[in-house]
Ligand binder design. Sequence first.
Ligand code: ATP
Ligand code: MG
Length: 430
Amino acid sequence: MAKAYVVVIVVLSVLNVITLYLYFKKRNLEKSYKKFKDEIAKILKININNPLDDFLLHQLNHYIKNLEEKYKLEKYKRRNIFSILDALSEGVILVSSKGPDIARIDFANNVAKYLFNSEDFVGRSLTAVVDNHDLVDLVIQSFKKGVDLEKEILFYYPEKRYFNCKVKSINVENYRVIILTDITKEINLENLRKEFLTIMSHEMRTPLSVINGYLEILLNEKGLDAKTRSFLKKIEEETARLTRMFNDLLDIQRLEKAVGEEKKFEVINFSNTVKKACDFFKIVAKKTGIEFIGEIEDDIYIVGNEDRLLQAVYNILDNAFKYTALKEKGEKKVWLRLYKENNEVIFEVEDTGIGIPSKELKKIFNIFYRVDKSRTRQVPGFGLGLYIVKTILDNHGARIFLDSEENNGTLFRVIFPVHSDSKYEKEMTN
Ligand code: ATP
Ligand code: MG
């Protein structure tokens, strides 16, 4: 009996202690909550004894808790984004520009850290971390001009590699993201292709000129029957085509290198250059029955290599006539326009020919690309003309635009840049 009393007393005492502990804990909490309320009330200059204000404080407390949750969530998301950026195979750097502080780094992922051999990126200037002058210049130009830029840049560290470097604005003002994509494999493959084409074109020239020599002797033979002569003529035509192709390929190599003669630019009267091409195609127009309308403003000057520009104009017109002549019915017209607009020189060739299907538009400037060979089989060509045009225009800093509708016609528009080089400006205004 006495034992039971003892147990009851012990249990009651423990309960008392727990109640006391909870009581003090609650008091402490109430005290700190009151203190917090007092402080907030002071800041907001409100009276906590006023029930309305007290309600406001409750609401505020609720908002703060919500905010805390959101903050945790954002922190979690941020960590996830950084992990994703670190897992990318591209280098990513976030830079900002505020006042004199141009290109200050705010973030760099693992690939960027490896490329520039530095762990210590954040808060430093790009120039202090990145030893590639081309990249730094690209970023500075992007901030100065307020445009997105892209360039292929060679890196020497940690090994010789080519990178496609994009500097893009994001939707936060004065920020740019730099994206570095390794394109070494593609460049090496492209170089291999160029090397192969150059060697092959050189190698093929000798046997072709030998064939041509023998053909000439054979065709000069007296007493050849008509059938043999016509076969030999066919061989002559095809060898001439092959020779033209290999010459074009060698020409492309020279253009792509863009050194020496290619870089000899001078001020030229482009109106006269275009008129020269026009004179030739007037004869083509007569022969093919295609109406040819030339609208050429006089005395338009640009800076460039006249022979190459004539070649580009010729190739574009050649296509316009070739692919308009292919059209079976409907009107057959080719327009050529040269004019100045907003201080830019614009050259256009428009035709009412067979047009180009929209899915092909992106590819027609590729080397050896011909749209659906079955439709163009009747006309000779290797798919080199527009590649040559694009390379020549790239060398001149000109842009080419294309608009076409299948069976309706095609428009090529070339825009030449205005030269700010004072050496040329003087000549052009004289
Ligand atoms: P090459 O110019 O080497 O003699 P090509 O004319 O076939 O041959 P490109 O000038 O490079 O080669 O043109 C590529 C393709 O684009 C052509 O095969 C043709 O299908 C299409 N194309 C180009 N210009 C026109 C045009 N004005 N109208 C319709 N199709 C065109
Ligand atoms: Mg062509």
